[in-house]
Design a protein around this ligand. Structure first.
Ligand code: AMP
Ligand code: MG
Length: 482
């Protein structure tokens, strides 16, 4: 047996999905295989990193024990509710228990049409598949909860996008694919029993301690809220812009999902938007915490009947919980920022100190990642502010004074270097690697992936990977990726 599947979603949640198999793939070929993750999942890498594995991950051969299905979900996309989205090009193959005893979904993205495809072709192409692979693995190495990439395969089919492109499938691993939108799907149809069934399932799977709670459903809302507050704080601390924070792309587990139009900041700009479809900047960098709260309010609405049968009382309770979100986020964020500045203690004026640094970065359009990495030796940070040095120069003595009050000077640099990466997926390097791969050369992708797997350690010969894009690269635009 290649996979030791134990498929609770298929078994316990009939009516929440449609059974579905993948489309035939003419010539599946392994493009990238994540042996480290395979080992963590208790899979035999040598049995899978071959032609049979390519057929399985292309969705054209179903492994023993799989119960392939497409999940139903709804979602608010850019603020507008779609009552039916669902896996339009994805299959949940099944669940395995990893070597840490944790249940993980094995899921294919790009495996063909499903009853949820609407107008789409059910396919994915090589560039976006490798992009999700690369950025997801980079996020994992940066310490951000995320779905992971197990494998990327090409199918041998041509898929029409702007022009014909090599078809590809991403095999993705998640602690589950439950989304805010999964709850919305059943709540919008008034199927209270199913919302309850889903909430109970989510509790067992992600928050088992809540099963015994007096008010498990309000605690579920609170638990998801705390995980999302912490997740979004991590994104913000790394300059990550998700780009498409629709409620169908927000997980109940608190993992980042769906690396479509995401990108990392280079020059610091709170209004940064990379996605070509985000015309009004709804999902701009600095809007992400508030959007997280907005999405959680949609989850709360879906859970109201479970929280309390008296709707006024349910709204009161949910409102109280949601009011905890921004303070929870702020506290998480400030803790992360303290570490980035090398502060072991927390003090009254810390938020002001951080805000002051960000406004100096904004004025100088300083590179987000480089500034923090350089801070242990502020003299090396100064050139990053050369276009508008005044605010940074004014900040330095305040920072120095704050550091004077810290007891842990000898360990400071280690703290900072452990949270401020040298390498992030630089947009121009990612593009370079993806276009080479589209033309049949996978080596730049492999080199970049390897570097991003140890993002906190500088490596000789890779200095250019730590640099922002050259000016001629121009403003970066991403496409929804598909
Ligand atoms: P996403 O923007 O990738 O989160 O997808 C939003 C919705 O569109 C989901 O229901 C997807 O399954 C669906 N979708 C995206 N691309 C395709 C495609 N090529 N074919 C069918 N459905 C798609
Ligand atoms: Mg999605």
């Amino acid at each position: 047996m290649l996979f030791n599947f134990d498929n609770t979603y298929a078994r316990e949640l009939e009516g929440f999905y449609v059974s579905q198999i993948g489309a035939p793939a003419p010539a599946p070929k392994m493009l990238a295989f994540n042996s480290g993750l395979a080992a963590e999942l208790g899979l035999d890498a040598t049995a899978l990193n071959n032609e049979q594995g390519a057929r399985i991950f292309a969705g054209s051969e179903m492994p023993e024990g799989a119960s392939p299905l497409s999940m139903a979900y709804a979602g608010h996309q850019f603020g507008n509710f779609s009552a039916q989205l669902g896996d339009g090009r994805a299959l949940l193959l099944g669940e395995v228990i990893d070597t840490n005893g944790k249940r993980r979904d094995i899921h294919l993205k790009g495996s063909g049409r499903t009853p949820f495809s609407r107008g789409g072709d059910g396919k994915a192409v090589i560039g976006p598949v490798l992009r999700e692979y690369l950025i997801g693995e980079a996020m994992h190495a940066l310490g951000v909860p995320t779905t992971r990439a197990l494998a990327a395969v090409t199918t041998g089919a041509q898929v029409m996008r702007e022009g014909p492109q090599p078809g590809a499938v991403l095999a993705r691993v998640a602690s589950s694919h439950l989304r805010v939108g999964t709850f919305q799907f059943f709540a919008a149809r008034g199927e209270a029993d199913r919302v309850k069934q889903l909430a109970d399932y989510a509790i067992v799977r992600h928050y088992p301690d809540l099963a015994e709670a007096d008010a498990p459903y309000e605690e579920l809302l609170r638990a998801v809220m705390n995980r999302q507050a912490s997740l979004i704080a991590k994104w913000m601390s790394l300059g990550f812009v998700h780009g498409v924070m629709n409620t169908d792309n927000m997980t109940i587990s608190g993992e980042t999902i769906d690396y479509g139009p995401c990108a990392f900041l280079d020059a610091y700009n709170p209004k940064a938007v990379f996605s070509s479809i985000d015309q009004f900047g709804r999902y701009a960098y600095s809007s992400q915490p508030a959007i997280g709260g907005w999405n959680l309010a949609r989850l709360a609405e879906s859970l109201l009947d479970l929280i309390n049968p008296d709707s006024d009382e349910a709204v009161r309770i949910a409102t109280e919980i949601l009011a905890e979100y921004l303070p929870a986020y702020e506290a998480e964020w400030l803790d992360l920022m303290r570490s980035k500045l090398g502060l072991f203690t927390s003090q009254e004026g810390d938020k002001r100190l951080v805000d002051h640094l960000f406004s100096a970065m904004h004025e100088a359009r300083a590179d987000f990642t480089q500034v923090f990495r350089a801070l242990p030796d502020p003299a090396t940070a100064a050139p990053l502010f050369e276009t508008a040095p005044e605010a940074f120069e004014a900040w330095l003595p305040l920072y120095a004074a704050r550091l004077q009050t810290e007891p842990e000077a000898p360990r400071r640099k280690a703290l900072m270097d452990g949270v401020n990466p040298v390498y992030i997926p630089r947009n121009h390097k990612v593009e370079e690697a993806l276009s080479a791969a589209s033309e049949g050369d996978i080596l730049p992708f492999e080199a970049l992936l390897k570097l991003l797997q140890t993002p906190f350690h500088p490596q000789a010969g890779f200095e250019s990977y730590a640099e922002p894009a050259p000016a001629e690269f121009g403003p970066y635009r991403t496409f929804c990726g598909t």
